[in-house]
Ligand binder design. Sequence first.
Ligand code: GLY
Length: 252
Amino acid sequence: DNILLHGKFGQAGSELVIEEYLNGIEVSVFVVTDGVHSLMLPEAKDYKRIGEGDTGLNTGGMGSLSPVPFFDESLKQKVQKQIIEPTIHGLQKENIPYSGFIFFGLMVVKGNPYMIEYNVRLGDPETESILPRIESDLVPVLRSLKSKTLNQHSIEVSGRQAATVMVVSGGYPGAYAKGIPIYGTESVSNSILFHAGTKYTDGQLVTNGGRVFGVTSLAGSLKEALKLSVESAEAISFEGRCFRKDLGFDIL
Ligand code: GLY
């Protein structure tokens, strides 16, 4: 169950690729680095498919959860030793003077992390769940990157758990209309509303993109945080409004 075969067969020749097939679960891990030291930020899990139960087309992200329950101390140590430290050493060895955020897109198979993709940025919609969990001031941390003194800093993470639900336009990720009036945002009080595809036209808030809002809530558990975000998403109304209520269906 862990071999993937694919190939091209044609007149000009044939090629057959045999590679390991990773049947696992994704997690997004983030560090901030000054090129010498690194600090891990809270991890998150994003949900990319439009439909509940992870069905339908891929999107820019329909929501995220942080923390990730299966990202335990043992897995965290493996990620630190097997992936983060070799990455920072590799940057140094190759004389790449990088400082900033690194996003490690990992697949976890039977408790072991496999590196799938790097991004030199934070993630969306993961950021909407991880930043509200950081209680300490990030500005001194970011300022320390220039002087390579990140090792003098730490990041305090809240014990509260975060769920972000993306509210999207009807039809997204296919064709969708823009300019649809949005109502109800003023009644959202238990969540943070991140405006994504919105704008004001003649004083009226209207849709202006496929992903319209990220709705993030913090609570004592992921289930409670998700409940609050779903309630807030329900309080926002516009024609065609769509969102997923089942985030965490695979891990909670
Ligand atoms: N959520 C995946 C990304 O930001 O690339």
